[in-house]
Design a protein around this ligand. Structure first.
Ligand code: GDP
Ligand code: MG
Length: 162
Protein backbone atom coordinates (compact mmCIF):
# COMPACT_ATOMS: atom_id res chain seq x y z
CA UNK A 1 0.00 0.00 0.00
CA UNK A 2 1.29 3.44 -0.96
CA UNK A 3 1.41 5.58 2.20
CA UNK A 4 -0.54 8.82 1.94
CA UNK A 5 0.65 11.51 4.34
CA UNK A 6 -1.45 14.61 5.09
CA UNK A 7 0.26 17.75 6.42
CA UNK A 8 -2.17 19.62 8.65
CA UNK A 9 -1.90 22.50 11.06
CA UNK A 10 -2.85 26.12 11.34
CA UNK A 11 -1.59 28.56 8.67
CA UNK A 12 2.10 29.56 8.74
CA UNK A 13 3.48 26.63 10.75
CA UNK A 14 5.60 25.43 7.81
CA UNK A 15 3.46 22.82 6.04
CA UNK A 16 4.38 23.94 2.52
CA UNK A 17 8.06 24.19 3.45
CA UNK A 18 7.94 20.57 4.66
CA UNK A 19 5.93 19.55 1.58
CA UNK A 20 8.65 20.96 -0.66
CA UNK A 21 11.34 19.14 1.27
CA UNK A 22 9.45 15.85 1.22
CA UNK A 23 8.64 16.05 -2.48
CA UNK A 24 11.77 17.87 -3.59
CA UNK A 25 9.49 20.05 -5.66
CA UNK A 26 9.18 23.76 -5.54
CA UNK A 27 5.56 23.59 -6.55
CA UNK A 28 3.87 24.33 -3.26
CA UNK A 29 3.77 28.01 -2.72
CA UNK A 30 5.78 29.02 0.32
CA UNK A 31 5.15 32.52 1.51
CA UNK A 32 5.27 34.64 4.61
CA UNK A 33 1.59 35.32 4.07
CA UNK A 34 -0.40 32.88 6.22
CA UNK A 35 -2.89 30.71 4.41
CA UNK A 36 -1.65 31.07 0.90
CA UNK A 37 -1.98 27.40 -0.08
CA UNK A 38 -5.73 27.34 -0.15
CA UNK A 39 -6.49 23.99 -1.69
CA UNK A 40 -5.13 20.51 -1.27
CA UNK A 41 -1.96 19.85 -3.17
CA UNK A 42 -0.53 16.41 -3.91
CA UNK A 43 3.12 15.49 -4.32
CA UNK A 44 5.18 12.34 -4.60
CA UNK A 45 8.27 11.52 -2.60
CA UNK A 46 10.59 8.65 -1.88
CA UNK A 47 12.69 7.62 1.10
CA UNK A 48 15.10 4.77 0.44
CA UNK A 49 12.91 2.50 -1.65
CA UNK A 50 9.64 3.57 -0.06
CA UNK A 51 7.42 5.75 -2.26
CA UNK A 52 4.79 7.93 -0.65
CA UNK A 53 2.20 10.61 -1.44
CA UNK A 54 2.12 13.89 0.51
CA UNK A 55 -0.89 16.20 0.72
CA UNK A 56 -0.30 19.86 1.56
CA UNK A 57 -3.23 21.86 2.91
CA UNK A 58 -3.97 25.50 3.48
CA UNK A 59 -4.51 25.14 7.18
CA UNK A 60 -7.14 25.40 9.88
CA UNK A 61 -7.19 28.69 11.74
CA UNK A 62 -10.11 28.29 14.12
CA UNK A 63 -12.80 30.85 13.33
CA UNK A 64 -13.40 30.05 9.72
CA UNK A 65 -15.59 31.86 7.26
CA UNK A 66 -15.37 32.50 3.52
CA UNK A 67 -12.00 31.46 2.08
CA UNK A 68 -10.81 30.21 5.48
CA UNK A 69 -13.80 27.90 5.64
CA UNK A 70 -12.78 26.39 2.33
CA UNK A 71 -9.21 25.95 3.56
CA UNK A 72 -10.40 24.16 6.67
CA UNK A 73 -12.64 21.84 4.63
CA UNK A 74 -9.68 20.94 2.42
CA UNK A 75 -7.67 20.05 5.51
CA UNK A 76 -10.42 17.82 6.86
CA UNK A 77 -10.69 16.08 3.47
CA UNK A 78 -6.92 15.58 3.36
CA UNK A 79 -7.11 13.90 6.79
CA UNK A 80 -9.81 11.57 5.43
CA UNK A 81 -7.74 10.68 2.37
CA UNK A 82 -4.52 9.99 4.27
CA UNK A 83 -3.40 7.00 6.28
CA UNK A 84 -0.83 9.08 8.17
CA UNK A 85 -1.29 12.62 9.50
CA UNK A 86 1.61 14.91 10.31
CA UNK A 87 0.15 17.57 12.60
CA UNK A 88 2.49 20.56 12.48
CA UNK A 89 2.80 23.19 15.18
CA UNK A 90 5.13 26.18 15.48
CA UNK A 91 7.82 25.63 18.14
CA UNK A 92 8.60 29.34 18.21
CA UNK A 93 5.05 30.61 18.56
CA UNK A 94 4.07 28.06 21.21
CA UNK A 95 0.62 26.58 21.78
CA UNK A 96 -2.26 28.29 19.99
CA UNK A 97 -6.06 27.85 20.31
CA UNK A 98 -6.20 26.66 16.69
CA UNK A 99 -3.71 23.89 17.57
CA UNK A 100 -6.06 22.73 20.32
CA UNK A 101 -9.01 22.73 17.95
CA UNK A 102 -7.15 20.61 15.41
CA UNK A 103 -5.94 18.27 18.18
CA UNK A 104 -9.54 17.79 19.34
CA UNK A 105 -10.52 16.78 15.83
CA UNK A 106 -7.56 14.42 15.40
CA UNK A 107 -8.11 12.72 18.75
CA UNK A 108 -11.58 11.71 17.57
CA UNK A 109 -10.13 10.04 14.44
CA UNK A 110 -8.58 6.62 14.37
CA UNK A 111 -5.80 7.81 12.17
CA UNK A 112 -2.10 7.44 12.82
CA UNK A 113 -1.02 10.90 13.84
CA UNK A 114 2.39 12.44 14.53
CA UNK A 115 2.78 15.71 16.38
CA UNK A 116 5.58 17.61 14.64
CA UNK A 117 7.05 20.70 16.30
CA UNK A 118 8.56 22.78 13.49
CA UNK A 119 10.95 25.77 13.47
CA UNK A 120 13.25 24.35 16.15
CA UNK A 121 16.35 25.62 14.34
CA UNK A 122 18.50 27.68 16.69
CA UNK A 123 16.31 27.04 19.74
CA UNK A 124 16.29 24.33 22.43
CA UNK A 125 13.98 21.59 21.10
CA UNK A 126 13.02 20.45 24.61
CA UNK A 127 11.82 23.94 25.51
CA UNK A 128 10.03 24.27 22.15
CA UNK A 129 8.24 20.94 22.65
CA UNK A 130 7.21 21.49 26.29
CA UNK A 131 3.92 23.32 25.53
CA UNK A 132 2.65 20.69 23.15
CA UNK A 133 2.44 17.61 25.35
CA UNK A 134 -0.84 19.14 26.56
CA UNK A 135 -2.40 18.46 23.13
CA UNK A 136 -2.63 14.77 24.00
CA UNK A 137 -1.39 13.63 20.60
CA UNK A 138 1.66 11.85 21.99
CA UNK A 139 5.38 12.47 21.96
CA UNK A 140 6.23 15.57 19.89
CA UNK A 141 8.95 15.28 17.25
CA UNK A 142 11.10 18.43 16.79
CA UNK A 143 12.11 19.37 13.24
CA UNK A 144 13.17 22.38 11.20
CA UNK A 145 11.55 22.00 7.79
CA UNK A 146 13.46 24.90 6.28
CA UNK A 147 16.86 23.52 7.35
CA UNK A 148 16.01 19.83 7.10
CA UNK A 149 16.79 19.20 10.76
CA UNK A 150 15.45 15.81 11.86
CA UNK A 151 13.21 15.48 8.79
CA UNK A 152 14.80 12.26 7.51
CA UNK A 153 14.70 10.78 11.01
CA UNK A 154 11.01 11.65 11.30
CA UNK A 155 10.22 10.10 7.92
CA UNK A 156 12.22 6.95 8.76
CA UNK A 157 9.95 6.43 11.76
CA UNK A 158 6.75 7.41 10.00
CA UNK A 159 7.42 5.10 7.06
CA UNK A 160 8.88 2.19 9.05
CA UNK A 161 5.66 0.08 8.84
CA UNK A 162 5.49 0.45 5.02
P1 GDP B 1 2.27 27.00 5.91
O1 GDP B 1 1.31 28.15 5.89
O2 GDP B 1 2.00 26.09 7.07
O3 GDP B 1 2.32 26.26 4.61
O4 GDP B 1 3.74 27.61 6.19
P2 GDP B 1 4.93 27.93 5.14
O5 GDP B 1 5.62 26.66 4.72
O6 GDP B 1 4.40 28.81 4.07
O7 GDP B 1 5.94 28.70 6.11
C1 GDP B 1 5.54 29.87 6.81
C2 GDP B 1 6.78 30.64 7.21
O8 GDP B 1 7.55 29.90 8.15
C3 GDP B 1 7.71 30.94 6.03
O9 GDP B 1 8.26 32.22 6.22
C4 GDP B 1 8.79 29.87 6.17
O10 GDP B 1 10.01 30.27 5.61
C5 GDP B 1 8.89 29.75 7.68
N1 GDP B 1 9.40 28.43 8.09
C6 GDP B 1 9.00 27.22 7.67
N2 GDP B 1 9.73 26.23 8.25
C7 GDP B 1 10.62 26.84 9.06
C8 GDP B 1 11.65 26.35 9.95
O11 GDP B 1 11.91 25.16 10.09
N3 GDP B 1 12.33 27.29 10.66
C9 GDP B 1 12.10 28.63 10.54
N4 GDP B 1 12.82 29.46 11.28
N5 GDP B 1 11.13 29.13 9.71
C10 GDP B 1 10.41 28.24 8.99
MG1 MG C 1 1.17 26.51 2.90
Amino acid sequence: MLPVIALVGRPNVGKSTLFNRLTRSRDALVADLPGLTRDRKYGEGRLGNCDYIVIDTGGISGDEDGIDQRMAEQSLQAIDEANIVLFLVDGRAGLNPADEMIANHLRRQEKECWLVVNKTDGIDPDVAMADFYALGIGQPVPIAASHGRNVTMLMDEVLAPF
